[in-house]
Design a protein around this ligand. Structure first.
Ligand SMILES: Cc1cc2nc3c(=O)[nH]c(=O)nc-3n(C[C@H](O)[C@H](O)[C@H](O)COP(=O)(O)OP(=O)(O)OC[C@H]3O[C@@H](n4cnc5c(N)ncnc54)[C@H](O)[C@@H]3O)c2cc1C
Length: 401
């Protein structure tokens, strides 16, 4: 089939690789003048690493990854450890591949490079998809400069503020989740003794949490600090560079300054600070309309508290590829394949959205009996019965989508 993908982000590029390997003629249209990603970290759990491995992306990504010793939780203010769950060695044995931490620009570059190998020249930048129309025979994709392109299928991989989704469902706008994420990346050598542990470390606190990870074999430290706060963009209008907003170290220190010195040291060394108001959308009853289908954040945006949004987009890519295999290109066949993809994905994607929201509540629990009980239970399980904690991840990390 001839397939156009709107959006050359993590989901769009992965889908383009997967579909090209299956023999489809793919074209990716990315609105930005250059392909790129925000200078921040992303965790890729085993269910995602397996997909990148199968698509031939991992070898290009290898020099950029960091494999953490464990996932752990600490109290943000004191640094006291709540639980510690070893991951190195365990992840491959239990779930089939490694749990990794990666610098986003490295991931997008590895995806871009792999796509260029499997389907040279199919990525066009500076191409903004404005709208679509369709009939029984084809979908016509209309770009903002008036260009019209025809295809058998249009995939909307255009992120949480998807234009394709807006056209499909009318006034379904993203909703501010009440949380805003600070992000910073700092060279490890600048942190001295106050370097965060070589783990995926969740720092929990009342109404906020942070996550520290390492990237590029440990040379870079990634910080995400999520705070419950009114939307800093006030009027839901795009801020600088789309939806991120410039902030100051002083503002970030207001949020995290009285926490462990490990956290304040990162902020002090971070230079320019930016924050991202986090937007969400309710689950949909369908992800497609005839020859047009949604994927990744356009279909199911989620809070980052399970570190699964990008990985879920990888899963979408392979499930959609499978649904489109050997179906011909009639309107009915394409629509039916898109429904199959939705049916195969909706339960899992919705569950990950829900668990991500629950995790955020857990990390942000105010001090008191409830928090003491749940954190003590996790601590005891991690120490004496780690199997209980590992089992909680089996459905997610162990899946072979
Ligand atoms: C703070 C934070 C931490 C996170 N951590 C993790 C993590 O550890 N692990 C994980 O798996 N996920 C994580 N995520 C989620 C992950 O970043 C997203 O789920 C993922 O980037 C979604 O990919 P996507 O391709 O669907 O959308 P996007 O990455 O938003 O890409 C969409 C692309 O479409 C382009 N585009 C938009 N409109 C148009 C148009 N009209 N025409 C053409 N192009 C267009 C955009 O420019 C962009 O390149 C995190 C998210 C946040 C905010």
């Amino acid at each position: 089939m001839k397939i156009i993908i709107a959006g050359g982000g993590i989901g769009g590029l992965c889908t383009a690789i997967s579909l090209s390997l299956d023999g489809h003629e793919v074209r990716v249209l990315e609105q930005a003048p250059e392909i790129g990603e925000v200078g921040a970290g992303v965790q890729i759990s085993s269910n995602g690493t397996k997909i990148l491995q199968n698509l031939g992306v991992m070898s290009g990504l290898e020099p950029a990854v960091f494999e953490p010793d464990a996932i752990e939780m600490r109290m943000g203010n004191s640094g006291r450890q709540v639980f510690y769950l070893p991951m190195k060695d365990v992840a491959t044995k239990r779930w089939g591949d490694r749990h990794l931490q990666v610098f986003r620009p490295d991931l997008i570059e590895a995806l871009r490079a792999r796509l260029e190998v499997v389907a040279p020249g199919v990525l066009t930048t500076g191409a903004r998809v404005q709208a679509y129309r369709q009939n029984d025979h084809a979908v016509t994709v209309i770009l903002s400069d008036g260009t019209e392109l025809q295809a058998d299928l249009l995939i909307g991989a255009d992120g949480v503020r998807s234009r394709i989704r807006s056209q499909m469902f009318g006034g379904d706008n993203p909703v501010y989740t009440g949380n805003t994420a600070w992000r910073a990346v700092v060279p490890a050598e600048r942190l001295g003794d106050l370097i965060p542990p070589p783990t995926g470390c969740i720092w929990a606190g009342e109404g906020k949490h942070a996550v520290t990870t390492r990237m590029r074999k440990g040379q870079l430290i990634n910080f995400v600090g999520i705070v419950e706060t009114p939307n800093p963009l006030h009027d839901d209008q795009p801020g600088q560079d789309g939806w991120r907003q410039a902030g100051t170290q002083a503002q970030a220190l207001q949020d995290f300054g009285n926490w462990s010195p490990v956290i304040s040291r990162i902020i002090n060394e971070a230079g320019d600070m930016f924050r991202w108001p986090l937007f969400g959308r309710a689950p949909l009853a369908r992800w497609s309309d005839g020859r047009v289908v949604l994927l990744g954040d356009a279909a199911h945006p989620m809070l980052p508290s399970m570190a699964q949004g990008a990985v879920a987009a990888f899963e979408d890519a392979v499930v959609l590829t499978r649904a489109l295999r050997n179906i011909g290109s009639s309107g009915d066949a394409v629509a039916a394949a898109c429904s199959t993809y939705f049916n195969d994905r909706i339960e899992r994607a919705t569950k990950v959205q829900e668990v991500s929201a629950q995790n955020l509540q857990l990390f942000h629990t105010p001090s008191g009996a409830k928090r003491s009980f749940s954190f003590a239970a996790a601590g005891l399980a991690g120490r004496f019965l780690p199997e209980i904690l590992y089992r909680r991840y089996d459905w997610l990390y162990g899946a072979e989508v």
